[in-house]
Design a protein around this ligand. Structure first.
Ligand SMILES: C[S@@+](CC[C@H](N)C(=O)[O-])C[C@H]1O[C@@H](n2cnc3c(N)ncnc32)[C@H](O)[C@@H]1O
Length: 263
């Protein structure tokens, strides 16, 4: 499922506050989307009225995508399993990039933010995680979730709040950064991802930018990294092989490769 911009309109919950309406109108204006005043009517009514099949329902603590099939929203469930007190030793992403307390991590492919949240937990309050997302609507949904979603254990909430989310393309953002300004630069692109999967993945699929990192992007990342650049791939790592990135960690569905920055 990929949603075009022309499929979307913006609305509120059925009985919105004035602040909800202003918030939703502002989002519609930012993204050049039609705003449909909810007026107590159903989403199906507005779908018929606007001729657009997908609503962005704007609330103070979340933005939901509502289609005839389902309601999608930010949820940190994938990170919750990784930040659950069992320890982070076995986490393939953290292990691949050797991420630990105090590190500064640039996640170039935020998506639903599971890797970014997990990294924010591992680096702790003395570290820093900046997470980039090129798809603007997904960026709105996830940045609001990271800042305002409040269900879950305190360690998970604290990690979410520490992620600095930026809606930007990695290539353009990297070009603005000084040399050696992050310990780790990470990529987890869309390719070779198994279909189906969880709720969160469906939301990412609706909006995601499906671009494969190339050598120039990796070189830009290597300039910005102090320690290493890591990239995920599906098994058996065809894109890692094509880019000559050594594989350092494998699980059943996902392989991680790492390029170390020379001393
Ligand atoms: C597979 S998802 C990442 C999942 C993420 N690692 C997680 O743990 O939830 C890939 C995301 O990266 C985004 N993306 C792809 N290329 C990008 C780029 N050049 N700059 C910024 N974001 C990009 C896509 O829009 C998509 O949301």
């Amino acid at each position: 499922m990929h949603l075009s911009h022309a499929a979307l309109f913006v609305t509120t919950r059925k009985s919105p506050s004035e602040a909800d309406v202003a918030d939703a109108r502002a989002l519609a204006t930012r993204h050049d989307l039609p705003f449909a005043p909810r007026s107590g009517r159903s989403i199906a009514h507005h779908v018929r009225d606007t001729g657009r099949p997908a609503a962005l329902v704007v609330k103070a603590d979340a933005i939901h995508l509502v289609t005839a099939e389902a309601r999608y929203g930010f949820h940190p469930n994938m990170a919750a399993r990784r930040v659950d007190g069992r320890g982070l030793q076995g986490d393939h992403f953290l292990r691949s990039a050797m991420i630990g307390p105090g590190d500064h991590v640039l996640d170039c492919t935020c998506g639903m933010g599971a890797d970014a949240i997990t990294a924010a937990h591992a680096v702790g309050p003395s570290g820093r995680v900046v997470a980039l997302e090129a798809a603007p609507i997904l960026g709105e949904i996830v940045s609001r979730g990271l800042a305002r979603h409040d269900k879950g254990p305190p360690a998970l909430i604290a990690a979410m709040r520490r992620v600095e989310h930026v809606t930007a393309d990695a290539r353009a953002f990297l070009a603005t950064l000084p040399d050696r300004s992050f310990d780790v630069v990470a990529f987890d692109p869309m390719f070779a991802r198994p279909r189906a999967g969880g709720h969160g993945l469906d939301l990412v699929r609706a909006f995601a930018v499906d671009a494969v990192p190339d050598r120039a992007l990796l070189d830009a990342a290597l300039r910005v990294a102090r320690r290493c650049v890591v990239m995920a791939d599906g098994t058996p790592g065809p894109r890692l092989a094509a880019l000559s990135i050594p594989v350092v960690s494998r699980d059943r569905r996902k392989w991680w490769g790492r390029l170390d920055v020379p001393e």
